[in-house]
Every structure is written in C-alpha cells, then in structure tokens.
Design a binder for this molecule. Structure first.
Ligand code: FAD
Length: 583
C-alpha cells in the first residue's frame, strides 16, 4: 500500500538496499520471539522491586536488552556519520512493532534510550553527543525523559524543578519528578536523565522551561564514570500494566549536589522535547496497535479452536458444537478488532512515511507538506489508536468469555498493558484539544486541507471501481462532514468562545479518526481488489478478508460518528452546563 522500498529513492537511505530492510525485519522478528516474548508474562508477574535502596528486575530483562544492543538496534535511526545505521523511521517503526507485540515493557527501556539519544543528536553540543550520545547509541547506557511532576502532568507550565547556574557552565538541580519510566535500575552502566527544569529569572509558564542532562553517575572528561549524582529513587509506582518496566518517583538535589548540563539555549526545553514528540507519539500509537494486534491474533486462534453451541437454525442437540468463530456475533467482535488494529496500523505507517519524507526528501515542498500533515495526524495516531486498540483488547477478552477474564490467558495482560496508552505522552483529552484547538487551525486550515487532499485522491481513484463505489461515495460525504464541522468549530474559536468550541473536542478526534481509518481501509481494499484477480488459496482469503473488513468498517463503524458530528455542529454545551455539584 505504502511500499517501504520507495524510500530507497531518498538519498539519505540510498546506501541501503531492499535486502537490508528485509534483514532488519527478520532479525527483529527472531530477537523478539527468542529473547523478549518468553519473559513477557514473568516480568508482569514479578514486577521490579525496591529493596535496600536497589531496584531488582528479573534477569531475563537484561539478557534481552543486551542482545538488542549487541544486534545494533539502538543505532537504527542515527546518522551514519555518528556511527548509526541511518535507516528510515518507518522501518524502525515496523521493527519496534514486533518488539512491542512481544514484550512492550522490556523494549520500553530501549526505546526510551533511543529517544534520549535522538534528542541529544538533534540539540546537544558536539561534546554532549560524544560523552552521552555515543554510549546510548552503543546500548551501554539507558535513558529517561523526566517531564512530569506530582503536581504537573498535563500542564507542564506548572513544573517547579529548578536549575541554578553554578558559574562553571553546569547547573544545580532541585525538584521532584513523578512517573519516570526506567528511572532507576542496574540494567545498564549509567542512566542519562533528560530533565525539564526552570532557570530562575526566566519567563513564566512553558516559555521558561529548559532541558538538562542529568546522569545517574557523573561522567569524567575521558568518558569514564565518576561519582554518583544526587538523584534519589524515592519510590516505585505499582501499575495496572506494563509492569516489567520500572516506574519511579525521583528526587533531584535532596543533598544539594545534583549536577546537570543545559542542552541547547536556555528556555527552549519544551520546544526541544516537542521536536521529537511526533516520533514518540507515533511510537505510542504503534505500541497500542501492537497490543491490539496481539489480542486480536490470540482471540482469533482461540475462536477457531473452542467449540461452543450451535447455529440458530441447528435444532438437534446431539449435533456437534461449532467453533466459536462460526457464530456471527463472535465474527463481529473479531471483525471489529481487525478493523481497529489493521486500520490504525496503516495510518501509523503512513505517519512514519511522512517522518521519512520530512527528513529524507530533497524536495522542499514535499518536506513542507509532510511536516504539515504530520502535525495534524500525530494526535490522531496517538489517541485514536490508544483508545480503539484498547477497545480491541476488551473485545479479545469477550471472545474468550470467562477464560479471557483469568490470568491464565494473555488477553487480560494485553488490555492492562494497553490501558496506559490513552494516558501517557499527553492524555487523550489533551490530544483532542490539541487537534481541534491548534492543528485544525494550523496554517489557516492548510494542515487539515493537505490531509483531506490525500483522502480525496483515494476517493477519486476508487470511485469507478464497482466493488468500492459505495465506500468511495460514503467517504466523500464524510470529508464534507469534517470540513463543515471544522468550519463551525473554528469560527467559534475565532469568536473567542474557546471553552464552548473545545468542550466536545474528544468527539472531534473520534470523528476525524474514524474517517481517516475508513480512508486506510479504502486504500487497503483498493489494493486487495487488484490483487484478488490473480490470488488463490491463503492469498485469496487474505485479500477478500481485507475487502470484507473494509465493508464492515464502512457499514458498521463509520456511521456511528455521524451523531457526534451533529452534536459538534450544534455546539452542544451539556458538559459545560453541568456544574461540579450536579455531577
Ligand atoms: C505508567 C506511566 C509511565 C509514565 N512515564 C513517564 C515518563 O517516563 N516521563 C514523564 O515525564 N512522564 C511519564 N508519565 C506521566 C504521564 O505523561 C502523565 O501521567 C500524563 O501526562 C497525565 O498527567 P497526570 O497523570 O498528572 O494527569 P492530569 O494532568 O492530572 O490529568 C488527569 C485527567 O484530566 C485531564 N485533563 C488535564 N488537564 C486538562 C485540561 N486542561 N483540559 C481537559 N482535560 C484535562 C486529562 O486528559 C486526564 O484525563 C507516565 C505515566 C504513567 C502512568
């Protein structure tokens, strides 16, 4: 649909061939199966423990991370000049997808470290890239992102961690950071914390936030490890899911000796973090999709095996029971899962392709358009996938019935692991406000228009294909609905009535998300119709399955958002009108 081999045309990736892409994916699949999947359950049942001031993690986690590092995965994205493999982001996304499906908690340590390394390469000084970036690239060190504080999660404007200049170029940090994934452990020689803090005297709010490197162990000029920095593990959070990755409450500078190093100019911290947010959020979306995918695959296999009941027209009680998958309502639950996870997967890969175009294309206009579309699509990929792929996990539990509700089967862990995704990396409610309050207005509506142009191109290409005209027409109507709804809401915003305009932003994100997922289904069906002509056996089922899933999504799922569009266009104020006392 969006073939990866196209990326070889970009000069940035021309040093590779198709065989490198295949080799990376094969190696990812092998490593995920052999080193990550086998302890997924064990690390969930034996979550990290904080004993005598140390974090204890089951040994399989380190073995897996060491194998990951040894195979060179931390360096997938970095420039060849820095010792990286300089591969496309969409390829890394596919590789990440396999590890996330196998064991999202263990790979979480490595993906965080990759994010820290990417950020340092983008904004760090040459010396910082060498001192901290290189060990991260080699997989010897791990890293964290320290944004949240106990009193400041969604609203980072309210962080209180302070960084006082020491006079020698370094800073002394004091403050507390909450929810920090991978915040302390002995899985690596050192941990590089990237910490958001405010330098006294800076502007108020987010404009006064700066970014600091705070290593767990200070690093000497020759790269060797020095004394322990003043970063104290104050406690471990006990989570619903993703239990294998330690989640920490950290205190910086309790003894007045926490030394940090400013990254880039002062007061640019949030912008620097956001530089990589699109990538991180598409990664979160993919993580959610793969939990959904794992649950879907498991419940599908189960439904083919487990026999229960008979068809409504089979009256003979002595006839053998049929497999669950024979029941229309079970097929409904499987089709819903398939639609959510495979539709969202296609949208996430499209997002990955846009990142590659933005980084790799030589054409300035292609880069500009890719960046614009990405701005609009990122909150949708993150939040829609988080919500609907968790719903897919809920359906997987339902397919297994009582067995799905026990810890003997993996679908409950998939659900618990996925439940984080609508919360972190910007809660879904915040993503919805961002989509409507900022992204829909971006460039005077140019970002939305560019995304809808791509949708229209698919509508035009499928409008005369007999099997697809019904869906093509339906999608055209939905595009008009989005445009009309956006006009009403942005006019309300422009009139200064932000509270009313944004009150139902979550519905706007669902509307836009469903329409974009419908678009990916129409594209998949377009490919399937062409391929079906010469397909046989398993391939025939695969392509026919895509066309049927497209039909299911357009007929059963897409129409459910039309009442939301009506509410949005009516500027419904029910939530605003309901006072806290009335709740
Ligand atoms: C397991 C886990 C791992 C995490 N890992 C990290 C990490 O590694 N590093 C890090 O820095 N942080 C991390 N976080 C923190 C995470 O990003 C925050 O939990 C998240 O940003 C929400 O902040 P909060 O928990 O303080 O909730 P709050 O900000 O209190 O939000 C609570 C609810 O209110 C809603 N809400 C808040 N403000 C508004 C508003 N203005 N308008 C409408 N609705 C609003 C939110 O959508 C949310 O549903 C992690 C969290 C968890 C649970």
């Amino acid at each position: 649909m969006w073939p990866l081999s196209d990326l070889l045309a970009y000069p940035r990736y021309a040093l590779h061939g198709r065989e490198t892409f295949d080799a990376i994916l094969e190696q990812s699949a092998r490593l995920a199966q052999e080193k990550f999947a086998p302890h997924n359950r064990a690390s969930d049942s034996n979550e990290p423990r904080f004993v005598d001031g140390r974090v204890h993690v089951i040994p399989e986690v380190k073995i897996a991370l060491d194998a990951y590092a040894e195979a060179g995965f931390p360096a997938l994205l970095a420039d060849a000049a820095d010792g990286g493999l300089q591969l496309p982001y969409s390829l890394a996304l596919l590789s990440d997808a396999m590890f996330c499906a196998a064991n999202v908690a263990t790979v979480g340590y490595a993906l965080l470290a990759r994010g820290v390394g990417n950020l340092l390469r983008a904004h760090g000084s040459a010396e910082q890239k060498l001192r901290y970036g290189q060990p991260l690239l080699a997989g010897r060190w791990l890293g964290t992102m320290c944004l949240s504080e106990p009193q400041a999660g969604s609203s980072l404007a309210d962080i209180t961690t302070r960084a006082e200049p020491e006079g020698d170029g370094s800073y002394r940090l004091t403050g507390q950071k909450m929810w920090i994934s991978g915040g302390d452990h002995e899985l690596s020689e050192n941990i590089v914390h990237l910490v958001l803090a405010k330098i006294p005297g800076g502007p108020p709010g987010v404009k006064g936030i700066s970014l600091f490197i705070v290593p767990k162990f200070r690093v000497n000029d020759d790269g060797s490890l020095g004394q322990r920095n003043d970063v104290e593990l104050a406690g471990i959070n006990h989570k619903l899911g993703q239990r294998g990755i330690v989640n920490t409450f950290l205190k910086f500078g309790e003894r007045g000796a926490c030394i940090g190093h400013l990254v880039g100019p002062p007061h640019q911290g949030l912008a620097q973090m956001f530089h990589l947010m699109n990538e991180a959020r598409i990664g979160v979306g993919m993580g959610a999709i793969m939990q959904g995918m794992a649950g879907y695959q498991y419940s599908l296999a189960y439904a083919k095996e487990r026999r229960q009941g008979r068809h409504p027209d089979q009256k003979d009680p002595t006839s053998p029971p049929v497999p669950l998958v024979e029941h229309a309502d079970v097929r409904r639950m499987l089709l819903q899962q398939k639609c959510y996870v495979e539709g969202a997967f296609a949208l996430a890969i499209h997002g990955g392709r846009l990142i590659d175009a933005q980084v790799g294309s030589e054409d300035a206009e292609v880069r500009r358009l890719a960046a614009l579309k990405l701005e609009f699509l990122t909150p949708v990929i993150k939040a829609w996938s988080g919500e609907w792929c968790t719903r897919a996990n809920d359906l997987a539990i339902q397919v297994l019935g009582g067995y799905g509700y026990t810890r003997e089967y993996p679908v409950e862990q998939n659900w618990r692991d996925n439940r984080l995704n609508p919360i972190h990396e910007g809660a879904n409610g915040i993503q919805a406000i961002d989509l409507l309050g900022r992204k829909a207005m971006l460039g005077n509506g140019a970002a939305l228009a560019a995304v809808l142009d791509d949708v229209r191109a698919t509508i035009a290409a499928t409008s005369t294909t007999a099997e697809l005209t019904e869906f093509s027409r339906s999608l055209q109507e939905c595009v008009a609905t989005i445009e009309q709804t956006t006009r009403v809401l942005t006019a309300c915003l422009a009139a200064g009535r932000a509270r009313l305009a944004l009150a139902n932003a979550a519905h706007y994100l669902t509307l836009v998300g469903h329409v974009l997922i419908a678009w990916t289904w129409l594209r998949q069906a377009q490919v399937a119709v062409r391929a079906l002509a010469s397909a046989a056996g398993h391939d025939h089922d695969f392509y026919q399955g895509k066309i049927n899933a497209c039909r299911f999504f357009f007929r059963h799922e897409l129409p459910t958002v039309l009442p939301l569009a009506r509410l949005l266009q009516a500027l419904d104020d029910t939530t605003l009108a309901t006072t806290p006392g009335q709740l």
